[in-house]
Design a protein around this ligand. Structure first.
Ligand code: PDD
Length: 286
């Protein structure tokens, strides 16, 4: 079924939506994006996503295409127009269309594109069984704190995982896991401490990561924000990933080695439950 999407001021059937061939998002991946999840027709953690959008835009000297209130109004209009009970809203801002030139053009109008996708985020089969991941070299650029649409390296990582019969990949740089191909990586060590890499240019500051760390703190869990290796992860008692589209997703094997007994871990399941509960509370359910 055709969706209604948003392109630069217009709500259109997806077949009719158009972007210039000179759009710098298309030519240079000169754009940034955000993905917000939708539960019960409401956006989850959207203010965090919009704050990070501004940070990405600032880092690239790119103008905001609209105010936060306007962006949120468009996101909500798309949820309504497309009857999205559960899923996500994708939003992308590019520097706009101009003659091809590496230097940023002066006065280009930023493009704003948004669309929705239906997805079972809460009741996902992967969340019940857990996922298998492999480790791959992190070949991405060095500004992973910017949520750029230059995503070919993660596409390649996901394809490597798929070819290996796994579900996703963790990226490794200088012997340590940076993050997942499109998510943040966590382990629980033998002492029960939650370990995830500290923020920096090496990883994206996940909005779900932040929410999960807050929940873990409230549960008096010990938290260590530091790099960890694949070897440490293989010997961990639990592992999981976080993102707007997976929430908290158990990892049950790494490069073919089962994590503990190869089943979703207790703390992982608890954090997933708490995350969903908090998200539902934030939209006025429960
Ligand atoms: N990806 N790290 C990377 C490299 C990501 O691409 C993402 C999100 C995250 C998690 O961030 P958050 O919790 O704010 O979703 C971490 C989105 C979901 C995507 O590209 O589809």
């Amino acid at each position: 079924m055709s969706r209604i999407v948003y392109v630069n001021g217009a709500y259109l059937p997806e077949e009719e939506a158009k972007i210039s061939v000179f759009d710098r998002g298309f030519l240079f991946a000169d754009g940034v994006y955000e993905v917000s999840s939708v539960l019960r027709r409401k956006l989850i953690d959207n203010s965090g996503h919009l704050a990070r959008l501004h940070r990405s835009l600032n880092e690239l000297d790119m103008a905001a295409p609209a105010s936060d209130a306007e962006i949120a109004a468009i996101q909500n209009a798309l949820i309504e127009k497309n009857n999205v009970e559960e899923g996500l809203v994708y939003l992308q801002v590019t520097r706009g269309a101009a003659d091809r030139d590496f230097a940023y053009p002066e006065g280009a109008r930023p493009s704003l594109v948004m669309f929705t996708q239906q997805k079972n985020v809460v009741d996902s089969p992967n969340a019940r069984t857990g996922i298998a991941i492999i480790s791959v070299d992190d070949i991405r650029w060095r500004r992973r704190d910017i949520k750029s649409v230059g995503l070919l390296a993660p596409c390649m990582a996901k394809m490597q995982a798929k070819s290996a019969g796994a579900d996703d990949a963790w990226l490794v740089e200088d012997g340590y896991v940076t993050e997942g191909s499109s998510n943040n990586a966590f382990i629980v060590n033998a002492e029960g401490a939650l370990v995830t890499r500290q923020l920096g240019n090496e990883i994206l500051a996940g909005i779900t990561r932040k929410a999960v760390l807050k929940l873990a703190r409230e549960q008096q869990m010990k938290i260590e924000q530091r790099p960890f290796s694949i070897e440490e992860a293989c010997n961990a008692s639990e592992a999981f990933i976080t993102s707007a589209t997976t929430f908290v997703m158990p990892v049950i094997s790494i490069d073919g080695t089962p994590v503990a007994d190869g089943k979703p871990g207790r703390l992982t399941r608890r954090l997933r439950e708490l995350y969903i509960q908090t998200a539902l509370e934030s939209v006025g359910e429960r």
